[in-house]
Design a binder for this molecule. Structure first.
Ligand code: USQ
Length: 324
């Protein structure tokens, strides 16, 4: 039986990825520090996974024990602080967590045949219309650029096989596997720090709140659905391709997304001062290395919006983004 180590395997992308590998017959080892603290771990441990609870940045010794005990075929690295707004409030934590954590893993891959798959971000290129080289817009995106440099170096010097997947904004909630299995719901963030734009709009539409466009909203961004994101992680892990890949299925401006949702669910749009330091308008002329589903503005979107109707939420969290 093949073994996969999924770092951050309890999170929004990690949990469906864990179930995906399980369904493909893998022994699945999840390592997670439960930093968001709100996962129903007891329910999830009913699944046939091995769960190791520790922080890979602070405990390189425990990480080494896991490598020695389980000899993984693949490592999926999702154990990063993944919010751009949070990274602007806690720069040191984001850099320490993401950079040292990634390096702790790479250090243990030397001398093994284990490949690593990591989620980077389309935001590493910046959104200035050039898309040449790296030009990060936040500390979070800066750490993804630095991760990429470390992958390249470890590949050059020790032939470490890595796939760094620069994904667009991952949207959605459940996947077919998280719905089918009875291990509790996947995580969903609607707030202004961890919630990302399209999921926030779905949540706002479901609860009859105006859609919060920052600035003019004429900024183009790339998107990929959670189910595609998980499939890509599985494909790149098993195909063992080395390199940096761009993964998205659709490009829309924020205002186009808001228009689609506003019309479909009859909700208002509210233009608010942009809390972020970013261009107000940009185009995005990028090619994706992944073919997946184009399902924004579909029945699938209806199913997310309907499942978010009437759930308890805290109004103070809708516009709580830090300014930078
Ligand atoms: N935005 C709004 N209204 C909102 C929320 C966001 O107009 O209510 C705008 C932002 O100003 C920004 C765009 O939507 O221009 C995207 O913001 P976001 O919060 O959806 O995404 P971002 O902060 O860029 O980061 C997210 C994830 C990150 C991932 C990244 C992919 O948090 O983990 O790597 O998307 S990408 O953006 O392609 O770099």
């Amino acid at each position: 039986m093949k073994t996969v180590l999924i770092l951050g395997g309890m999170g929004f992308i990690g949990w469906p990825t864990s179930l995906k590998f399980l369904s493909e017959g893998y022994r699945v080892i999840v390592i997670d520090n439960l930093s968001r603290g709100d996962y129903k771990v007891a329910d999830r441990q009913k699944a046939d996974i091995i769960f190791e609870y520790f922080d890979i940045q602070k405990n390189p010794r425990l990480l080494k024990e896991c490598f020695d005990n389980y000899s993984p075929d693949h490592v999926i690295h999702l154990a990063e602080q993944r919010s751009a707004p949070h990274s602007m409030m806690d720069r040191c934590h984001t850099v320490e967590n993401n950079i040292i954590g990634t390096h702790n893993i790479l250090n243990l891959l030397v001398g093994t045949n284990t490949n690593i798959v990591h989620i980077g971000s389309m935001g590493v290129y910046g959104y200035d219309g050039k898309q040449e080289g790296f030009n990060p817009g936040s500390i979070y995106h800066m750490t993804k650029c630095m991760d990429n440099q470390m992958f390249r170096y470890y590949n050059k010097n020790w032939n470490i096989v890595y796939s760094d997947l620069h994904q667009g904004i991952v949207w959605g909630w459940e996947t077919s596997l998280t719905q089918e299995k009875n291990y509790g719901k996947n995580t969903f963030d609607y707030d202004g720090i961890y919630g990302t734009v399209f999921n926030r709009f779905c949540f706002q539409a479901a609860n009859n709140l105006p859609l919060t466009i920052y600035g003019s909203g004429k900024r183009a961004r790339a998107f990929i659905h959670l189910e595609d994101s998980v499939q890509a992680l599985f494909d790149y892990a098993t195909q063992q391709k080395t390199g940096t890949f761009n993964l998205f299925t659709e490009i829309h401006t924020i205002s186009d997304l808001a228009e689609i949702i506003s019309k479909r669910y009859n909700v208002d749009i509210s233009y608010i001062n942009n809390p972020r330091n970013e261009l107000d308008e940009n185009t995005l002329d990028m090619k994706s290395d992944y073919r997946g589903k184009n399902i924004i503005n579909s029945d699938y979107m209806d199913s997310i919006v309907n499942s978010l109707r009437g759930i308890d939420y805290d109004k103070k969290l809708i516009c709580n983004s830090p300014r930078w």
